[in-house]
Design a protein around this ligand. Sequence first.
Ligand code: SF4
Ligand code: SF4
Length: 356
Amino acid sequence: MEYLNIYANCQLVKGANMSLLCDLQMRRFYHLPNDTAEVLLFLQQYSIDECIAHYGEDNREAITGYVDFFVSRELGFIDDRILPELTAMELTWDRFADITNVVIEYQETIDYTGPFFRELLDQHLEGLEIRFYQPVALPELKELLALFSDSTLRHIKLVLPYDKSLNIATLDELVKKHQRVKSLLLHSSPEEKLEKIFSDSVPVYYFTGEINSCMACGEIRAHHFTVNTELFTESLRFNSCLNRKLSIDQQGFIKNCPSMRENYGHVADTSLQAVLDNKTFNRYNHIRKDDIAVCKDCEFRYVCTDCRAYIENPQDIYSKPLKCGYNPYTNNWEEWAQHPMKQAAIEWYGMAEIIK
Ligand code: SF4
Ligand code: SF4
């Protein structure tokens, strides 16, 4: 008897019609009909011959095709038994720090060396996104990045307006000096393109759209999906955007994300501990994709980053992200901004002019 052994890092996620097979090691996904997913689940318990007997000879070719596909993509292998050594993957997620990710909307009048920021940098931070809506002088940018040189940050994303003076050679030099910078997005660019700097390790995305406020955030697109153990396991238990995130908006107000209306004080006179002790601040952490309308039936729910700032029904914190055009019941993508059901929310958020 031959059995298909599927590697533990291959996780199957069922949606309303389709499933997603996530290869968390190779960081790829495969979009499959639910019928195919059912066969794969069957093969995790029974031999290939038993599977053919169960689904009928008519399906022999399809079933052996699935098995060949799995073996050829290194998603599994054939053996004369299901190997008990292939233990299930540990899918828990935890972090030492109360805050792991920070978003800063840069404003030159804010003092980023004050007590609030010193407390924040003691938090074992992992990720930082700095958004510049206006052009910034290179010395100013270097000075800001220098503040994070001794931090625990592992990655910094810079969102900057396109500026001729920030050419590839200049950005390369900047990133070599500040190696925590792992990606750059240059908005308002004359063309869409992707360049790589620092020995091809740091992407620079040139984006023609203008990002001049936080309202540009929250778009859900298939090319934004990320397949990795980190996001997959965090999404199983926590919110995939706002869990352990803190933001400082352009005015210096402390928020969950810059797009949220509520704030928890100003960086000039608020302690980080007071923010962390505020139960309201943590209210988004535990809203999982499995709790959100429509997303809970979507096969992409553990590879898709959530958005709680812009939602279809602003009165229902569990409603679907506004800026997602995917329908998991039909498996079609539509332009979200044109959808009739979304017009009331677009109006409510005051973004009708911006998305024209
Ligand atoms: S909640 Fe939405 S708007 Fe806020 S950071 Fe996340 S994706 Fe962006
Ligand atoms: S329906 Fe939800 S999980 Fe699916 S793509 Fe849209 S936002 Fe992501």
